[in-house]
Design a protein around this ligand. Sequence first.
Ligand code: 5AD
Length: 354
Amino acid sequence: MTNRDRIDRLRKNKDLPDEDFLALLEPLPEEDLAFLRTSALEVCRETFGRTVYLRGLIEFSSFCKNDCLYCGLRRSNTRADRIRLDLPGILACCARGYGLGLRTFVLQSGEDPFFTDERLCTILSAVKEAYPDCALTLSVGERSHESYAAFKRVGADRYLLRHETADLTHYGALHPAEMSGSARQDCLFDLKALGYQVGCGMMVGSPYQEKGHLLSDLRFMQRLGPHMIGIGPFLPHRDTPFADRKSGSLDETLKLLALLRLMFPRVLLPATTALGTLDLMGREKGLLSGANVVMPNLTPAGIREKYLLYDGKIGVEDQAEKCCRDLKQRLEKAGFEVSVCRGDAPDWSAKEIK
Ligand code: 5AD
């Protein structure tokens, strides 16, 4: 079977036998990658048309109790400048975002014990009360079932928690011993059972990653059935043990985006900041490979530059307004229509939204 046959079959069946996925996970000749990306773009357009959804990202704490080997916010990085936004600071970000037309806010932070369930619930309630027409996405890492339930009750609609890698041995090579890949996966199933729209995802080209690990990622996602999938290239950060590792590649990331679009035609798939950092046109290329979400940064200048997961992060010195305006212009130029509605997952029934 040729790669084209495999791609056509994946498009039709949304699945392939292991050996065919593994063949597609090998470096592909340029024409096969182009065919894969075009197929993914067509499938995306069948469901979403030219629409790209925007989400306003608010990075409200750069404190983290975890020590992930790849991440610039890891607790062992004593050179990281740590900062937190308080509730008025967070509401000010939302106000700016709302003024720019954004109707989804993503509250993201390191795993910061300062933000107890009670504090987070206060924040979520206040944001939801001020912006009842907006979707609230939370991304604060691993918490208990009870905590997730409490966040849901006060208005969190969606939750992002990347599984990072579905292979537990590989997970062990990227994280300290006290962290567990299976605990993380359990969190995702918990979140789904609680009725969240759930996002998982992994880095592409992380240290020690093999084709088989990516296949495990695809199989894991088939079991989970996520509403959103966040993937981006691994990018080294100078103050981490992986400082000297090489970045994930653009083509591999675009390939994974395209494969995911063919497997999950209705999933919300962001073209991430990491992809835009790796390549000046990375996000546009991602959108032309099946991605359909972009997340402009609403974190205020002065704080944004302290939230550095990897070196070279783009948009660090831009103001939210400029960041949003530029992005809209660029996307429209590339042939997309920018939507600022909530943009819930298409399989999500409105009656489930409070
Ligand atoms: N390169 C790319 N992505 C990273 N993340 C963390 N550190 C890096 C890095 N060095 C990703 C992880 C995490 C998300 C918030 O950012 O996947 O879940």
